[in-house]
Structures are given as C-alpha cells and as structure tokens.
Design a protein around this ligand. Structure first.
Ligand code: SAH
Ligand code: SF4
Ligand code: F3S
Length: 448
C-alpha cells in the first residue's frame, strides 16, 4: 500500500519515524510523497502539551473530504495515530471519525500486520479501531536500521523511556520505563553512518545521560562515538541535570569531537515549585552545576527548557525563575506555559490555578529577558573566528548558507561553494538573539 507518514513532536518521534519507515519498507509497503497519493496516512504525534493535540485534531479534520473521496472510489483509506499521542489516546479512549489505527511507540514492529487488518473490507457501518499500545520494558528496536534521509546529522536513539516522573510530564506514561541499547550495537551503527557520509551524530534519549548498560556509562558511549573515523561532531539530547557525574563533564571537555553544548533543562527557578515538580535539585544546586560545567568545559554553551505558570506559582516564584536565568545566562531557552496533562501527578494533586493571562504575562517577561541575555552573549562573539559545520542553504535568503558552531549556534554566511557536511572557518560580524552572521575567512575557497 502507499503510506504517507507525518511527524510531530520531539527528536524522539523524528527518530522513531525513521524506524517506522524501515519497518514499512521491509514489509513491502511504499512510501508516498504526499497525502494525495496515500491509502494510509500515519501521524506520529506528540502529547506533551495541549496545543500538540489541537494541531493534530485540525489535521485530522482536514482528512475528512479525502476519506469521502476514497470511499466513493471504493479504495481503502486508513488514518493511523502513532507515537506518544497514540499511547496517551488509548488511555483517554479518544476517538476521531477518520482514525482507525492507534499504535504506541513500543509497538511499531506490529504495524504491517495492523495495517493489513485495518485494510480488510469494512463489515459494519463504521470501521473497527485497531489499537496496539502496550508499553514494553525491553523493546529497543534492536536489529532494525532506521531509514534516514540524507543529511549532515543522524539521530541515534541510545535509550528509550523515562523513570523520572517529573510531576507535570506525560512522557513516563507515553514511553514507559528506561532501557538502553547495547554500546556495541550503537557504535556499529555510528560506523555505518560514517560510511554513509554523515558527519555528525546526535545521541538521543528522553533522559540520555541516564544511559547505562552492564559494561558502559554514558561517558563511555560518548567517547566511543567520538572515536569513530569520519564522524566530526557528536552531540546528545536531552539530558537531566541529575546525571552529570565528573567523568561525563571531563569526557565532553577532553574530546575535540564532542560538542561543547549542554541542554540543561531548569524548568523553574523557585525551590518550592521545583519540589512540587519533583525535579530533584534546588536553584542553588542547579547554578552550582552550571558553574562547575563552565569551569570544566570552558566556552561551553548552555541551553534550557522552562515552564511558566505551574500550579500555585506566585509572582515571587516567577521572580526566582528570573533570578536563575540571570545567574545561569543560557544561550537559548525553550519556554512553555504549563499545560495540564491527564494522568500526571500534577494533574491529580494540584489545580491548574494560574490564569491564562498571568501565564501569558510571565512567559512574555521570560522571552524578553532571554532575548536580552542571548543577544549580549552573541554580541560577545563578534570578531571571533569559529569552526562552522555547513548544513545547507537558507530557505528564505538565496545565496546564503547556514551552518552550526560547535556550541550549536546558527550561523549565516555568503555562499562558499562548499557542500553541506564541510567544515569552514567563519569570522562573526553581526549578532541577533538567535543567529550569528559571519564572513568566510578561507578566501582560497571563494576563488574557485
Ligand atoms: N526529557 C526532557 C524533556 C522532555 S519534554 C527533559 O527532561 O529535559 C520537553 C520539555 O517540555 C520539558 O523540558 C518541559 O519544559 C516541557 N514540558 C513537559 N511537560 C510539560 C507540560 N505539562 N506543560 C508545559 N511544558 C511541558
Ligand atoms: Fe518528562 Fe522529567 Fe522525564 Fe524529562 S525527565 S521526560 S521532563 S519526566
Ligand atoms: Fe512529545 Fe513524546 Fe517527544 S510526548 S515531546 S513526542 S517524547
């Protein structure tokens, strides 16, 4: 059958879609280029916040005319939800009239047979709903090579699940318990990726630095990946502040191919809120970790996630978040309004009592402060020369190429004639809160 797959959510879903593609192609299905060529539409969707749901409902509504047309033509038409949203939907018994397949993140091996089942001619008035959403304690999709698109970076899932149960978060319920892949299998995959021409790998996991197997800790895995010939940069996301032992910081500092960038989600600066979130650190402990990271890894860039308007958050708590941001000085931050998720500890224990207006007011303040800090940090880079890994052309500005610094900052510069995947020395000339602009210093390249 012709299958179209769309992906929403974080990099874990993006990486899982590559597994799904591999599973579908291996079982003889074709990948369609657009929904109009598809008999099966699969949506790998996220459940982290309410607006992720809203987006998907809108998308599903848009498939109704297509569903009617396929019915008239007497052709099969299947719409499936995959990913965290599927896992979560099972719990809420949500049903949309176009959806007839729900498959959770640990059940993708069953997709081909579920699609065949869903494609059987309709018996009753309404198609039955095929659901497979059982969390597994073992599934790591061992033995399946993700079907990746060509590019500079390859995502490599090294662990799945999360055992932290931060009270606001749905992930432990949608992705189940933590489990790690074997180091040997991961490193073999990185060798294959280098042979295919990928220059960067990003090790992925919801709690990537909790990676652990009998023989290896996360630092060992990072160092082994960085030793693979042909790989120029190794990144990782998303870590938790609780798992940064000294050997891990030293590994990052010591190896030139491990990028000097750490995403360190703070969530809140208030000790009271951090406790209600069950984040396991205080503001002071977090800032001490930031200082230690900066001492061990000079020039490191730090990014973060923040939630504003967690239940019972007062202006005083909000001021604490501002104080923590001023102390940590992150290079960038993803900032979200608290969104209550059914089934989480916070949803059961605390009422979502910060008004939408107050959440908006606070998030704007945090955005403004973060812009100011990022702009100051980026302006300090003007005049510096940095190694940039070229990623491609700018979509909006013809003749402009885009790349990333080791610290994961986006840099724009005039067309160099070099292909994505090449490294180049760029002198920074201008700065905005989110982008640096630079000049290509390797004039010999410009002359051919
Ligand atoms: N495992 C990662 C992040 C997972 S989700 C980590 O711990 O860092 C990405 C981000 O979404 C979180 O860091 C958090 O800031 C945000 N998030 C998660 N649940 C949320 C909720 N219920 N409301 C608002 N933001 C949320
Ligand atoms: Fe969610 Fe916390 Fe796990 Fe991150 S560490 S996925 S925020 S429960
Ligand atoms: Fe969303 Fe699942 Fe990722 S809930 S953020 S797609 S782990």
């Amino acid at each position: 059958m012709n299958i179209f797959l769309e992906t929403y959510g974080c990099q874990m879903n993006v990486a899982d879609s590559e597994l799904v593609r591999a599973i579908l192609v291996k079982s003889g299905h074709n990948l369609a280029k657009s929904v109009d060529d598809a008999e099966v539409i699969l949506i790998n969707a996220c459940a982290i916040r309410e607006n992720a749901y809203r987006k998907i409902y809108g998308r599903l509504d848009a498939f109704r005319p297509l569903q009617r047309k396929m019915k008239q033509d007497q052709r099969p038409f299947i719409v499936g939800i995959l990913g965290c949203m599927a896992q979560n939907m099972k719990a809420t018994l949500f049903r949309h009239p176009v959806v007839n397949l729900i498959v959770g993140p640990d059940n993708y091996r069953a997709l081909p047979s579920l699609i065949n089942k869903a494609a059987l001619p309709q018996q009753g008035k309404r198609k039955p709903l095929e659901i497979e959403a059982n969390l597994s304690e073992e599934e790591t999709y061992s033995g399946i090579t993700p079907a990746r698109f060509d590019g500079v970076n390859a995502w490599v899932t090294v662990m799945r699940g999360c055992d932290n149960f931060c009270t606001f978060c749905v992930v432990p319920y949608t992705r189940g318990r933590e489990r790690s892949r074997s180091k040997e299998e991961i490193i073999e995959e990185v060798h294959d990726l280098a042979r295919q021409g990928f220059k960067q790998v990003t090790l992925l996991g919801q709690n990537v630095n909790s990676y652990r197997t009998d023989g290896a800790a996360f630092a060992d895995l990072l160092l082994a990946a960085a030793e693979v010939q042909g790989i120029e940069r190794v990144r990782f996301t998303s870590p938790h502040p609780k798992d940064f032992p000294e050997p891990l910081l030293e590994a990052i500092a010591s190896h030139p191919k491990i990028c000097k960038h750490i995403h360190l989600p703070l969530q809140s600066g208030s000790d009271r809120i951090l406790k209600l979130m069950d984040r396991t650190y205080t503001q002071d402990e977090f800032i001490r970790l930031v200082e230690k990271i900066r001492a061990v890894i000079p020039g490191v860039s730090l990014t973060t996630d923040l939630i504003t308007g967690f239940p019972s958050e007062t202006d005083l708590d909000h001021q604490e978040t501002i104080a923590a941001m001023e102390a940590a000085r992150f290079n960038s931050a993803y900032i979200f309004k608290y969104s209550e998720r059914k089934g989480t500890i916070a949803a059961r224990k605390y009422s979502d009592d910060v008004s939408p207006e107050v959440k908006t007011k606070r998030i704007v303040q945090l955005f403004d402060l973060q812009h100011e800090i990022a702009l100051e940090l980026n302006r300090e880079k003007i005049g510096q020369t940095m190694t940039v890994l070229i990623e491609g052309e700018s979509d909006k500005r013809p003749g402009i190429q885009i790349g990333k610094t080791d610290g994961n900052m986006t840099v724009m510069f005039s067309e160099t004639g070099l292909a994505p995947g090449e490294m180049i020395q760029i002198e920074m000339t201008e700065a905005s809160p989110s982008v640096l602009t630079g000049r290509n210093l390797d004039l010999t390249v410009l002359s051919f």
